[in-house]
Design a protein around this ligand. Structure first.
Ligand SMILES: [Zn+2]
Ligand SMILES: [Zn+2]
Length: 154
């Protein structure tokens, strides 16, 4: 692990849902039953999930048809509030392991099994932001994703 690694407590399961709820409510939004279901469904995936995957899972758990469009709107809200991150190269979403802490995550995406883990190295991401600024570009959302093979698929 890098000496620059960002150290913080990363909640899981019920604790993660509670941390997500707190963060969303702090942003002035309500933690509705539907939003809670969408977050729970996403957090249960071991790999990044698409809006369709999540709509499928929520439909099953709710026992009624939930449209991908409504799931997409909630995901959009979650991304804006830092509860969920988009894994761009996988065109999918992943629950943010640290919803209360805003910084740029680095994702390692396995090409074989799709497993995606995230790393925090603020020295690297700050460097990316500085390089963009030095080029006269205003960085709003750096996307740093590394494709390759995970330890299980090696
Ligand atoms: Zn992170
Ligand atoms: Zn793998």
């Amino acid at each position: 692990m890098s000496s620059h690694a960002h150290q913080h407590h990363e909640p899981h399961g019920v604790d993660l849902a509670r941390a997500a709820q707190t963060t969303l409510e702090r942003s002035g939004e309500q933690w509705t039953t539907m939003r809670a279901s969408v977050f729970a469904a996403l957090a249960a995936f071991t790999k990044p999930a698409s809006a369709y995957d999540i709509a499928e899972a929520v439909s099953k758990s709710e026992g009624r048809r939930v449209a991908a469009n409504s799931v997409y709107r909630i995901l959009d809200l979650f991304v804006g509030a830092n509860l969920v991150r988009r894994v761009e190269s996988a065109n999918a979403y992943i629950a943010n392991a640290h919803p209360g802490c805003l910084h740029d995550c680095i994702f390692l995406v396995c090409d074989s099994c799709g497993q995606t883990v995230h790393l925090d190295d603020d020295a690297i991401t700050r460097g990316v932001r500085h390089a963009a600024e030095a080029a006269g570009f205003q960085p709003e959302r750096p996307v740093i994703e590394v494709r390759g093979k995970c330890a299980d698929c090696d």
